[in-house]
Design a protein around this ligand. Structure first.
Ligand code: GLN
Length: 526
């Protein structure tokens, strides 16, 4: 069996197509189907790796080293799948393939055009999971009416024509509320659906994002003007948490409707306990105060996977994290950090904000506040220990000071012996070995782990012994060469990791490092 569900977005961006898609995916998974999801982004960047987080939010890294859109994180967490390069596509990557083919002479002298060459390449990518999954959900980024997304919609139209019985089209749209008139307005959705139909796609289901409940009259109107059956007009009321959405859709029969339209029979009854379990993520009243000290504090999406990892870990400890984003360049940084039970320094690139991160780490170390350093956060903890514990004056990363006398973090000769997936970055999942008798071992409960990386610089092995003497110990290595985890003893919880554990959290399985961190923060509150 191979079925396909297209998700498009109407009226405005940021409607949560990824979350709607993943929620539907989850419902179908709970019905016993194998579900995967593919994201298509209409921008020309080959991948979002080079984009500023302010433009794009977090860059999610797949196990096989793709730098991708943060929606893949939602897919992984909701569906408990591992995404790969095949799950993330951009207009840039599609054009690149087609142009490469053209240069190799693969088109036998044809004029290479959007239709059919670009659309053929897109259609090929729709089929990535044809033989391995029952259902592929295909999320098309952007908003209907954008010039950029046209080739994707056109490819979806052709695909539907060629696979009529196996394709379903869901349009996620917005129903604005005009406060003065006390009225919900369907006109923008009507226009969006018209635009979609102009291209040749008639949605089967419309998911209406709205701040107010849709009454019968509104549902009827949408049904009539958008030419969908009334029970196919689904309401996606603003929810206080994304974790309510699967159940909200299930209550409106979304999974039954989809199965009927795709002509498939459920393999299971829905396990209602699953809804209750994930709803817990947002419902605890007891809070634990966590500070994220970083550079991109004005954009929540920049630390998306970290935030979700904290929420999931906290839920398993029956609490909720109360997260504050603290700008590492804030003049009153240390005063602002007072009262937090845990300090997390995330990854990042470039010198700006690094001094503040180092100060925050000193504060966490000296005041015995649970600390988790991720990637650049770990590198900063090494610099901090080198300067303040080992007294290596002006110790630094060569990323920030190429001529430092004490390059505790640098681009290493040893790195050349490691097989790299990225051009110059270490990208994707790499194994490391954890030493027993470490905090890391007590959390992971195993000596062998594999975690995802996205960085260029590494901790310099030349300084491992000096730093150990001074109090910062390396407790995990990649291939016995590259330091992966550092810890401070005599501290309730101080751990820095060169990799990104935040990409490994699942709704029902918190990541051991986040769980340990939140649990230590809870102790601090006592
Ligand atoms: N800028 C650092 C490096 O390239 C850390 C990267 C990160 O935090 N993802 O090594």
């Amino acid at each position: 069996m191979s079925k396909y569900i297209f998700i498009t977005g109407g009226v405005v961006s940021s409607l949560g197509k990824g979350i709607s898609g993943a929620s539907i995916g989850k419902l179908l998974q709970l019905r016993g189907f194998k579900v995967n999801m593919i994201k298509f982004d209409p921008y020309i960047n080959v991948d979002p790796g080079t984009m500023n987080p302010y433009q794009h939010g977090e860059v999610f890294v797949t196990v096989d080293g793709a730098e991708s859109d943060l929606d893949l994180g939602t897919y992984e967490r909701f569906l408990d799948i591992y995404t790969s390069k095949a799950n993330t596509n951009t207009a840039g990557s599609i054009y690149q393939t087609v142009i490469d083919n053209e240069r190799r002479g693969n088109y036998n002298g044809d004029t290479v055009q959007v239709i059919p060459h670009i659309t053929d390449e897109i259609k090929k990518r729709f089929l990535a999971f044809k033989n391995t999954y029952d259902i592929t959900i295909i999320e098309i980024g952007g908003t209907i009416g954008d010039i950029e997304s046209l080739p994707f919609i056109e490819a979806a139209r052709q695909f539907q024509l060629e696979n009529k019985k196996d394709v379903l089209s869901i349009h996620v749209s917005y129903i604005p509320y005009i406060a003065g008139a006390h009225e919900l307005k369907t006109k923008p959705t009507q226009h969006s659906v018209n635009k979609l139909r102009e291209i040749g796609i008639s949605p089967d289901i419309i998911i209406c994002r709205t701040e107010h409940c849709l009454d019968e009259a509104i549902r009827k109107k949408i049904s009539l003007f958008c030419s969908v059956e009334k029970d196919c007009v689904l309401e996606a009321l603003d929810a206080s948490s994304i974790y309510y959405i699967p159940e909200n859709l299930h209550k409106q029969n979304a999974d039954a409707l989809i199965m009927k339209k795709l002509n498939i029979k459920p393999k299971n009854k829905i396990d209602n306990a699953w809804f209750a379990r994930i709803k817990k993520i947002e419902t605890f009243t007891k809070k634990v105060k966590i500070a994220i000290v970083g550079k991109y504090v004005n954009l929540r999406d920049a630390y998306k996977s970290i935030v979700e990892s904290l929420k999931i870990a906290a839920a398993h400890l029956n609490v909720q994290p109360e997260i504050s984003y603290i700008n590492s360049q804030d003049k009153n940084l240390i005063t602002k950090l007072e009262g937090f039970a845990g300090i997390l320094v995330p990854g990042g690139f470039g010198k700006r904000g690094v001094d503040g991160k180092i100060k925050a780490i000193s504060y966490a170390r000296e005041n015995k506040i649970p600390f988790l350093g991720i990637c650049l956060g770990m590198q900063c903890s090494v610099i901090e220990a080198a300067r303040n514990l080992a007294k290596l004056k002006n110790a630094d990363s060569t990323e920030f000071n190429a001529n430092t006398k004490f390059p505790v973090i640098k681009f290493l000769e040893e790195q050349k012996n490691i097989e790299y997936r990225g051009a110059t970055m270490r990208l994707g999942s790499y194994k490391s070995n954890i030493l027993k008798n470490s905090l890391a071992y007590s959390l992971y409960k195993t000596t062998e782990i594999a975690e995802r990386h996205r960085h260029r610089y590494e901790m310099n092995p030349e300084f491992v012994d000096i730093l150990k003497e001074a109090g910062l110990k390396v407790t995990a290595y990649h291939k016995d060469i590259l330091p992966e985890i550092v810890e401070i003893a005599n501290h309730p919880f101080f751990i820095g990791v060169q990799f990104h554990p935040e990409f490994g959290s699942r709704l029902t399985k918190p990541h051991p490092l986040f769980r340990g961190f939140v649990s230590a923060a809870l102790e601090k509150h006592k």
